[in-house]
Design a protein. Structure first.
Length: 677
């Protein structure tokens, strides 16, 4: 893919003269094609096997009928067409299935449906008992022209044309037959058709791009005893532990050598003490840079072995991409022009005033050698893909140019379409959305800071409504090494459980920073801070993963519920239901055919018992208003018989702060027994 520089304007204007009148005027009009992101500038996202549904307004002057078809193709292949059906008020809909990974394209074509117009008018004349002899001759001509366009249907169409020429009673019956109408739809006259001005793109990803549970773990904190530094071999030992909780992706913070110059100490102190390991995000040291592994962790061969062992446990390992350097990164010595200089000649270190990060030098993406820099960073991604990595969590992508990410991700996915990029960007909403448009497969969200039922419902309505849902895939994290919300600091075990269930049920992709999560680590560095005390970012921690009160078993049950219920594996069909208690949030998810319906009720009060009535939208759930139905509580395995839309719940945070119900539909057997599916 050709590089476009950071100074090149994204859109260009021209002063071309107006176009001359067309020799043949196309009368069909195509407007409001959906989905279409920013006038086709960006692609929508799907996974292999999805059906892409497309709608458009299609109309014309006068009273002639119009017809439309949806054209689609994988990149580099010929177009295929599928008929679009009218759904009312000049709106048409069609769909196609995407089976292969990579980029696909679609557009809409429309034309005047002369045969359809003729057939509709003929029926009106027949009902009015008018003479239709001339009309039948006109129809014969239209069918004869279609026969000339057809291949395997040509002889059948020619026979219809000859019959219509007879203009008798048999011809009248044939003229309005379904067989002739279907044949003519197969071979329309598109000579003066209109094609939508833009070819629209859809990026097709692997299923893991939409559905999966992530677990974050620092490899250096995996030792089996205190006082040791963990390694890749220690990570191997813990793979069954992570897999037993039902996670799909094991994410590692940077595994590269860590700089020594201006290394940060415990709790982010400016001065490191002897033995302080530094922050993994301070990438680069005498041992190497972004293509090297920290020697304490092992070797590249050890890492490749770990990847293989992880796949045996049905786990994928995700790596962190932190495109920044320490003062002793090899790039600083080999490419000093890749960094911004201050007036005194020193390199500008990273800052987010008043915070200072003297241990990190940001890369200058506007350097005169920006091509060399961009190519080198692409080679970093290619290097880890060659080792076997397919998933990358990208650190602070909003601090790098959008044009860079659009180029890099598209280039990588051209040959490796299975690659997943997760954007770690807690920034302005428009920037988060633009990063997703630029190609990021998934994105972090504001979920951690949405705590009231009203806030949560409003935010997720935004995320699951067009156009956002077409390109933005949320990955929900209750905590990260940088985020220990006040809610988690004060709520104890119940709030960790509630946030787990919210994240796992609201979105098909979610993650936790563990083992801080399953051991509900809640100590803040100081009041008002979201930083952990004794943060794992700056020191090696030993975690007691076997403690009796661990959330591990509950996490495993929640992940098993997700795998067993297809409704929880996609973004679609999320609905919120009213309650009479403002501390209760009730929502549902379902499959397209209502074959799997899940209703969740969560208390956001981690200190007091809460109860109330849920007011279910029975139409949304496809449930009868007058009959009872059974719900199966999946956390406790209890079953309840509900009737109608109002149903009672009682949640004690000391037991469990949420219910997850699967709706069981009542069926009747020939012996008149009731049973439930």
């Amino acid at each position: 893919m050709e590089l476009s520089g950071p100074h090149v304007a994204e859109e260009r204007t021209t002063s071309e003269s107006p176009q001359s009148l067309p020799s043949e005027t196309a009368r069909a009009v195509i407007e409001n094609v959906q989905p279409e992101i920013d006038c086709g500038r960006f692609a929508i996202k799907r996974v292999a096997g999805d059906v892409v549904s497309v709608e458009a307004d299609v109309f014309s002057d006068g009273h002639d009928r119009v017809a439309a078809e949806l054209l689609h193709r994988p990149e580099g292949q010929a177009w295929s067409g599928v008929r679009m059906d009218p759904i009312g008020n000049d709106r048409f809909r069609g769909s196609f299935r995407v089976e292969t990974l990579g980029r696909h394209f679609y557009t809409v074509r429309a034309w005047i449906d002369r045969f359809g117009t003729w057939a509709e008018d003929l029926q009106k004349r027949l009902r009015a008992r008018q003479n239709v002899e001339v009309d039948l001759h006109i129809g014969a001509s239209l069918v004869s022209q279609a026969a000339a366009r057809a291949d395997s249907d040509a002889s059948r169409l020619a026979a219809f044309a000859r019959s219509l020429e007879q203009a008798d009673d048999a011809a009248r019956s044939l003229a309005v037959s379904e067989e002739l109408a279907e044949l003519m739809k197969r071979h329309p006259d598109r000579a003066r058709g209109t094609t939508h001005a833009r070819e629209l793109a859809v990026v097709v990803d692997v299923e893991r791009a939409r559905f999966g549970a992530w677990y974050e773990m620092f490899p250096r904190s995996t030792a089996s005893a205190p006082g040791r530094i963990g390694s890749f071999r220690d990570c191997e030992r813990l793979l069954p532990y992570v897999a037993s909780m039902g996670f799909d992706v094991l994410y590692f913070p940077p595994i590269h050598p860590i700089g020594r110059v201006h290394r940060k100490g415990k709790n982010n102190t400016v001065q490191a003490s002897p033995g302080d390991p530094g922050s993994p995000w301070a990438v680069g040291g005498p041992e190497g840079g972004h293509k090297a592994v920290h020697p304490d962790l092992g070797t590249l061969e050890d890492f490749r072995r770990l990847l293989g062992r992880a796949r045996e446990q049905n786990l994928e390992i995700a790596l962190d991409l932190a495109f920044q350097c320490t003062p002793d990164h090899p790039y600083v010595r080999e490419h000093p022009d890749w960094f911004r200089r201050r007036p005194d000649g020193s390199i500008q270190y990273a800052e987010n005033p008043p915070k200072k990060y003297e241990d990190i030098y940001p890369l200058d993406f506007e350097t005169a050698d920006w091509r060399g820099l961009w190519e080198e960073l692409r080679s970093v991604v290619a290097f880890w893909i060659e080792q076997g990595v397919r998933i990358f969590r990208v650190d602070n992508p909003h601090t790098k140019p959008l044009a860079f990410w659009e180029w890099l991700i598209a280039d990588v996915k051209r040959t490796r379409p299975e690659t997943i990029f997760l954007a770690e960007a807690f920034t302005r909403p428009r920037m988060m959305y633009r990063l997703a448009k630029a190609g990021f497969t998934q994105s972090y969200t504001y979920f951690a800071w949405r705590r009231t039922p009203g806030e949560i419902a409003a935010y997720f309505r935004e995320l699951t409504s067009p156009p956002v849902c077409e390109y933005f895939r949320p990955n929900l994290w209750p905590n990260t090494p940088d985020i220990l919300t006040e809610e988690l600091q004060l709520g104890g075990r119940p709030v960790f459980l509630a946030r787990l269930i919210l994240a796992a049920m609201l979105g098909p992709s979610y993650g936790v920073y563990g083992p801080a999560f399953e051991t509900y680590e809640s100590r803040a560095r100081e009041p008002g801070s979201e930083e952990y005390l004794d943060s794992e970012k700056y020191e090696v921690r030993y975690w007691d993963r076997e403690r009796a009160d661990s959330l591990g078993e509950t996490i495993a049950r929640v992940n098993r519920i997700r795998r067993e219920n297809p409704a929880l594996q996609s973004h679609g069909h999320l609905s919120f239901h009213a309650t009479d208690n403002p501390q209760l949030l009730c929502f549902s998810k379902r499959t397209e055919d209502h074959g799997n319906v899940i209703v969740v009720c969560v208390s956001v009060d981690s200190h007091h018992r809460q109860s109330g009535w849920m007011d279910l939208d029975l139409d949304e759930l496809n449930l009868p208003a007058t009959e009872s139905f059974q719900v199966h509580e999946l956390l406790t395995d209890a079953r309840y018989l509900w009737h109608g839309r109002r149903n009672y719940v009682d949640l004690d945070p000391r037991v469990v702060p949420a219910h997850i119900f699967r709706v069981r539909r009542r069926l009747r057997t020939e012996r008149d027994f009731d049973y439930y599916l």
